[in-house]
Design a binder for this molecule. Sequence first.
Ligand code: ATP
Ligand code: MG
Length: 199
Amino acid sequence: MSDRRARIGVFGGTFDPVHVGHLVAAVNARHDVGLDRVLLVVANSPWQKTGRRSITPAEDRFAVVSAAVEGVDGLEASRLEIDRGGTSYTVETLQALRDATPGAELYLIVGSDLAGEMSTWDRIDQASSMATLVVVSRAGGRGGGTAPPGWKVLDVGIPALEISSTDLRARVANGRPLDYLVPSPALRCIRERGLYAGS
Ligand code: ATP
Ligand code: MG
C-alpha cells in the first residue's frame, strides 16, 4: 500500500430526488480523478432553494440517496450537513471534513451548471485553498459557467444525461414513471416512504 494521501470527493446536492445523472457524475469523477471515496452530501437546508419551492424532508432525501449507492464501490451517502443542522454551506462542510480527515485531499465535485454560480455561494472564496474543484460536464445548455478565480480545476466528461430532479418532479406530477431514471433500490425507497406521490 502506498502512503499517498486519501482522496475524498465531496458531491453536494439537494438530491430531490437523486437520479442517474448524479450517480454517473459521481462514479466518473471517482474514476477519472482516482478518488478513494465520493461522499454524496445531502443538503439539510439548501439556502438558495428554500422558499422557492417545498423541499422533501432531508431524512427522506438521505434515505433515498443511501438506497441508491448501497453496494456501489466508493460511493457513500453523507449526513454531515443534516447532522450539523440549519442552513447548508459548502465551505463549512469542507472545513468539517478537513478537521475529521486530516491529511486527506478534498475534491469538490460540481456539475458544470453550478461552476459559474459558485461565486454567489457564501464564503466560497475561503474554500479554494481547501479543495480542488472537479467540474462534471452537464448537457442541455446548463454548462458554460467558469469556476471562480483561485480554484484549481479538473474537468470530467460524462455522457450527456439531460435529466434533473426538477424534471423528475414534473414527470411524477404528470403521472409519468421514474423507472430507470432513478436506480430501482432508490425508487423502492421512494415508494415505501410515499414520496413524490404518484411515483
Ligand atoms: P434540481 O433540478 O432540483 O436543481 P438537480 O438535478 O440539479 O436538481 P441537484 O441536487 O441540484 O440536482 O444537484 C446536485 C449536483 O449534481 C450539482 O452539482 C449538479 O450540477 C449535479 N447534477 C445534477 N444533474 C446532473 C446531470 N444530469 N449530469 C451531471 N451532473 C448533474
Ligand atoms: Mg440543481
